[in-house]
Write a protein of this length. Structure first.
Length: 92
């Protein structure tokens, strides 16, 4: 079985379940402006998902380290999430 529960993601995507889908790819791929490098996959994003490129969670000076919890909280707030919400609803 995969790491992600596809049925749960689909339920969030169509709005029948509460949760948040975070897409960690860069904005051009998320927006369908850059080609999808994986054969057979459509460009763009899952409906109702939010774009949060994983690089925004890394420190500016050392991309091998994550930002502090407070800095990550700020990044999450920029896409409309907060710590309390993350604790209460599933995030994919």
């Amino acid at each position: 079985k995969g790491v992600v529960d596809s049925a749960a993601v689909l339920a969030v995507a169509v709005g029948s379940e509460e949760g948040t889908i975070l897409d960690a790819r860069g904005a051009p791929r998320f927006n369908g402006e850059a080609p999808e490098p994986r054969p057979g996959l459509k460009s763009g994003h899952i409906p109702n998902s939010k774009n949060l490129p994983f690089t925004k969670l890394l420190t500016d000076n050392d991309v091998t380290s994550f930002k502090s919890p407070d800095e990550i909280a700020q990044v999450l707030s920029e896409v409309g999430l907060d710590r309390d919400q993350l604790a209460k609803t599933p995030v994919f």
